[in-house]
Structure formats: structure tokens, C-alpha cells
Design a binder for this molecule. Structure first.
Ligand code: GLA
Length: 424
């Protein structure tokens, strides 16, 4: 290309409007910890010093993420939610943390978190106030707040939408994307915008969201109950035709935090939340006390094969493929290398249910053979032909989850591994 041609191409490129975050982040669903569901807006540090929203809470959680095997599995974001700020901005109009609860400031907390190989997230709200009544980011403050977060070394921003109109949100969410870009710091951008607009087209434009946000809350807040989990599951899978297409590397639907380890879910229900969030390619943001979590909850959250499936590089969100009238549902997520994950879910309330089906009935291609592994027990169940009938036993409000790998591919992989062995 001659010089004039290069100049012409550059001119065209520079004239193009900046599209999206261009931050290359969240190629797989973000994983980590978020304070809100478990710790809410507890600012009573005098009476509950270890339960309140303070730098100590985040430092202790960061220690746990770094020391108890979480970080190596991918749980690397430690995220502050609402109620961290002082009630007033400073003399220059900057957001400041509450001086009693964050005496060393957010920059020092970010340094602490980074020194442990983790990343720090923070919370803001596009509007006059946050949902909890702390200073919000009005349209005129967007640039300033983005710069403040970047200067502090923040790696992720959840931007809530309390106390703003639909019109302000339509202007403010894309503007914050541009402001974050302009800081030059890679900051994962989580938008609550769709949740404030009912979560569905035509009010929500998922194409635009995918260009400006890395993840977004589509629907209501999760609470510490099975009812809440079910209402979220119902909404997401009822609307799967719209939502599935919106998700992909760099841009994810967010059905809200994992509440595993808290008070509202039984063991079976905890396994169900983890499996269904994984089928949805959802961010895995735990909101539980990692200092006291029981081994059974930890084991669910630290299941390696589960996390590998959640983090599959293709990033295709799964779907509900069968809803039996006897309250059994089947979910499928396609994975890279022609593998897939299946979840058999029981909404029954009587006893373990024997569900008989075949891969053919679940829409798998004829004539194929799959190696099947149970995700929770880790056991290889064996080879299954598409036409073979099989039976899974599903506990009430529980799941059976399978990882399926096509056999021909397995043989290829093994041959590949063998050829990489050193020759003697
Ligand atoms: C909203 C959000 C929650 C949480 C609270 C904080 O309700 O949806 O996730 O951030 O605000 O006040």
C-alpha cells in the first residue's frame, strides 16, 4: 500500500465512532466474590465489626480467595457493592470512601487485593443516589467518577440504575463505557441498565448492550431463598430465545450472585443453582462468607469440571430443551470441541425420580458415541450411543449433570497426546 492509501485508511479508521468498550475483557464469564447478597448495607461496624461493609471485610475475603484455592480456579474479582462511600463528595466533587470504614482508602485496598493476585471491583449508580442512598453518578459526573475509579486501580465497575430516568440511562450507560475507555485502564463494565427496563426488547437493545457492557443484570435481585432462585431460572429460560443470542465472549447476561453457602438453599438446591448458572454461561460471583463456608458448599463452588464448563471458550449460553409435564426439565449447553453439558433438573417434591430418555430424544446426532462423565461425582459413566436408553435418578429440587465428549474426538485427542510424548 502506498503512503496516500495508508493515510486514507487511517483517516477512515480514526473517523469511525468508538464502538464498545474495546477492553478485550471478560472473554469468559467473570468469576469472583460480590458483597451485596450476603452483607447488604450493614454499616454498623461498632456492633458487627466483621460483618459490616468495611475494608476489613474485603481484605479478609481477599485473603480467603488467595489462600483457600479459589483464585487458582478463576475466582479473582473481589467486588465492593453499595454503601462503601461517604455521604458527601469531597471539595473537588470526587467520590470518597467512608473514612471510618475505609480509613486507608480504596487505592490501598486495591493494592492489597492486587498483591494477592486478585482484582478489585467497585459499585456506582447512574442517578442522583445509589439504591442504598449514597452519592450517585449524575450525567455530569460520569467522566470524573470513571477517572477516580481508574486512579484507585479499580478493575471492575458495577453501575446500578436507581434514581435515574430511562432517558438518562440511555445516555449515561454508553457514556460511562466511553469514559472507562478513555481512562486507558482495563475495567470490566457491569451494567444494571436492562434490569431497570424490564430486561426485554424492544425496551432493551441487546446488540447495543453487547457493544458497551461486559455483563449486565437483566432481572430482579437474588435473595437468600429457593423461591428467588426459581423465579430467576423461570425468567431466564422463558426468555432464552432473546437472551441466548445476547451472550458471548466479552458480553454476558448476569442472573445475579451465587447464594451457595448461605441460609436459604438446601444441599440439592445449591447444586442446582451452580449447575443452572453454568448452563446459562453466567458470571460466577459468590456472595457468601468465605471465612466460615462449610466444606459441602465449598466443594460445589470449587468443582473443577463445572468451572471448566462455565468458562468454556466458545461462550455459548445454554437452553432448556425439555419441560416435562411431570416436573422434570432438561438443559443443554454446547461446548467447544463438540462437547456438551446436560442438566437434568427435578422440580418435584416427592422422592428421587427415575427419568428415562436417550440422547436421540434430546436431539443429539444419530450414529454418534459419547463418553459421559458425571460432573458432581466425577465418575466416567461410560460410552453412550445416541439411540441408547438410559435412566438418571434426580433428587427433589436437585440435578444430575453430565459432561459429554464425542468418542471420535476423544480418540483424536489421545492420539495427539501420544504423538507429543518424548521419543526414547
Ligand atoms: C440494587 C442492585 C443490587 C444491589 C443493591 C445495592 O438493588 O440490583 O444488586 O447492588 O441495589 O443497593
Amino acid at each position: 500500500m502506498g503512503v496516500p492509501a495508508v493515510v486514507a485508511v487511517l483517516a477512515v479508521l480514526l473517523a469511525l465512532p468508538a464502538r464498545g468498550l474495546e477492553n478485550g475483557l471478560a472473554r469468559t464469564p467473570p468469576m469472583g466474590w460480590l458483597a451485596w447478597e450476603r452483607f447488604r448495607c450493614n454499616v454498623n461496624c461498632r456492633e458487627e465489626p466483621r460483618q459490616c461493609i468495611s475494608e476489613m471485610l474485603f481484605m479478609e475475603m481477599a485473603d480467603r480467595l488467595a489462600e483457600d484455592g479459589w483464585r487458582e480456579l478463576g475466582y479473582k474479582y473481589i467486588n465492593i457493592d453499595d454503601c462503601w462511600a461517604a455521604k458527601q463528595r469531597d471539595a473537588e466533587g470526587r467520590l470518597v470512601p467512608d473514612p471510618e470504614r475505609f480509613p486507608r482508602g480504596i487505592k490501598a485496598l486495591a493494592d492489597y487485593v492486587h498483591a494477592r493476585g486478585l482484582k478489585l471491583g467497585i459499585y456506582g449508580d447512574l442517578g442522583t443516589l445509589t439504591c442504598g442512598g449514597y452519592p450517585g453518578t449524575t450525567l455530569d459526573r460520569i467522566g470524573q467518577d470513571a477517572r477516580t475509579f481508574a486512579e484507585w486501580g479499580v478493575d471492575m465497575l458495577k453501575l446500578d440504575g436507581c434514581y435515574s430516568s430511562g432517558k438518562e440511562q440511555a445516555q449515561g450507560y454508553p457514556e460511562m463505557a466511553r469514559a472507562l475507555n478513555a481512562t486507558g485502564r482495563p475495567i470490566v463494565y457491569s451494567c444494571s441498565w436492562p434490569a431497570y427496563q424490564g430486561g426485554l426488547p424492544p425496551k432493551v437493545n441487546y446488540t447495543l448492550l453487547g457493544e458497551i457492557c461486559n455483563l449486565w443484570r437483566n432481572y430482579d435481585d437474588i435473595q437468600d431463598s429457593w423461591d428467588s432462585v426459581l423465579s430467576i431460572v423461570d425468567w431466564f429460560f422463558t426468555n432464552q430465545d432473546v437472551l441466548q443470542l445476547a451472550a458471548g465472549p466479552g458480553h454476558w447476561n448476569d442472573p445475579d450472585m451465587l447464594i451457595i453457602g448461605n441460609f436459604g438453599l438446601s444441599y440439592e438446591q445449591s447444586r442446582s443453582q451452580m449447575a443452572l448458572w453454568t448452563i446459562m454461561a453466567a458470571p460466577l460471583l459468590m456472595s457468601t462468607d468465605l471465612r466460615t463456608i462449610l466444606p459441602s458448599a465449598k466443594e460445589i463452588l470449587q468443582n473443577r469440571l463445572m468451572i471448566q464448563i462455565n468458562q468454556d471458550p466458545l461462550g455459548i449460553q445454554g437452553r432448556r430443551i425439555i419441560k416435562e409435564k411431570f416436573h422434570i426439565e432438561v438443559f443443554l449447553r454446547p461446548l467447544s470441541q463438540a462437547a456438551s453439558a446436560l442438566v437434568f433438573f427435578s422440580r418435584r417434591t416427592d422422592m428421587p425420580f427415575h427419568y428415562t430418555t436417550s440422547l436421540a430424544k434430546l436431539g443429539f446426532p444419530e450414529g454418534a458415541i459419547y463418553e459421559v462423565q458425571d460432573v458432581y461425582s466425577g465418575k466416567i459413566i461410560g460410552d453412550l450411543k445416541t439411540g441408547d436408553n438410559f435412566t438418571v435418578i434426580i433428587n427433589p429440587s436437585g440435578v444430575v449433570m453430565w459432561y459429554l465428549c464425542p468418542k471420535a474426538l476423544l480418540i483424536q485427542q489421545q492420539a495427539g497426546e501420544a504423538s507429543r510424548l518424548p521419543r526414547l
